[in-house]
Design a protein around this ligand. Structure first.
Ligand code: EPU
Length: 320
């Protein structure tokens, strides 16, 4: 099912954005800035203006014998940036290859996959304040990054529009191969290049995740829950081999995919929506799902995981 917005505006420069914001401020209309839209669930028509960045450039800022710094326009497709970096064998974003979306959203959402989160390569985020049109540069330390979280999603939600992200990459190999299927690359003798890692990551994503152009989804629908060690111990007493990752001395992260599978949801349908059969953390739009189909399915999953495990799943997808 389709939902509509009153207006959709793409701008190509920061100056154009500032002008558009000044006009919209006068009109008092609601605005929502989107990237590729791949992590949004529109629950109904949007009564307002959608803004989208067309700011696209990848600019080298500086380089020495270890590091290279790029400033990248918020409207660049994230994976185009990854592809160009891997082609040049600059290390940093290769584990994050093939994630849908755009550069601006990568810095808001703190995208992550296969043992890497993007905040580890961000140096700064350039933004425009919606209320004033004034520019502001956030150093990475000011962005309050956490698991799929940042100041732009929390305290400053809706207050700033990201216009560019400054990334710090390595010109010498620095690799992250601890994620299960990537470990195999370690045993090949020579150090894999950024391009080899990128290719392996794309293969893994293609085998586990639905191809966005073929089957609609928003990637992982829920975040992986982080629970106190004690709650994990109780769970492990009842279920042998609960998969888990240690976050710190007090907290353990449990894969939501496992919790959902244990509740019998894999492959189940609800209206036009379904739980992806190869990865139950992903809800797919199988047959013209309505927003209600998806929201109800998500609610039912949350309820049954809570009933069985007393763990709350929180959506990773943003409901609009
Ligand atoms: N699992 C099952 N059954 C399944 C699939 C997985 O029990 O059918 C369990 C297994 O124990 C497996 C674990 O879940 O080891 C983790 O699965 P997977 O490696 O596929 O990753 P995930 O935790 O489900 C997270 C991210 C993904 C990211 C992958 C790889 C979140 C919310 N999701 O998923 O990110 O690609 O790790 O690093 O943290 C996204 O954010 O949209 C996204 C796709």
């Amino acid at each position: 099912m389709h939902v509509k917005a009153q207006q959709f505006i793409t701008y190509d420069t920061v100056d154009e954005l500032v002008q558009v914001l000044a006009q919209l401020r006068g009109s008092g209309e609601r605005i929502l800035h989107i990237g590729g839209g791949s992590n949004l669930l529109f629950t109904r028509d949007f009564q307002g203006t959608l803004l989208h960045s067309g700011i696209k450039y990848i600019e080298e800022v500086s380089r020495d014998d270890r590091e290279i710094v790029f400033r990248v326009g918020a409207g660049v497709v994230w994976d185009d940036f990854c592809a160009e970096m891997a082609r040049n064998n600059f290390y940093g974003p290769e584990n994050l290859s093939y994630i849908p979306g755009e550069v601006g959203a990568s810095a808001i959402q703190n995208i992550g996959a296969y043992g890497v989160e993007v905040d580890s390569i961000i140096r700064a985020v350039e933004a425009i304040e919606v209320a004033t049109g004034m520019p502001r540069v956030f150093e990475v330390s000011e962005c309050e990054y956490g698991y799929r979280d940042s100041i732009f999603k929390n305290r400053l939600q809706g207050q700033y529009i990201v216009t560019a992200v400054v990334y710090r990459l390595s010109v010498v190999p620095v690799v992250h191969l601890d994620y299960g299927p990537l470990q195999e690359l370690k045993s090949r003798g020579e150090m894999p290049t950024a391009q080899v890692i990128r290719d392996a990551v794309i293969d893994i994503r293609r085998s586990k995740l639905p191809e966005p152009s073929e089957l609609g989804s928003a990637g992982s629908f829920f975040k992986n829950p982080v629970v106190p060690v004690e709650a994990y111990r109780q769970l492990a007493a009842n279920y042998t081999q609960v998969p888990h990752y240690v976050v710190n001395e007090q907290q353990i992260k449990i894969p939501a995919a496992w919790l959902i599978e244990q509740c019998g949801w894999k492959g189940k349908r609800h209206g036009g929506a379904a739980v992806y059969d190869k990865q139950p953390l992903i809800l797919v739009n199988e047959q013209q799902a309505t927003p209600a189909d998806i929201m109800e399915l998500a609610d039912l999953i949350q309820q049954s995981v809570f009933e069985k495990f007393h763990i709350h799943l929180h959506p990773e997808v943003n409901y609009i």
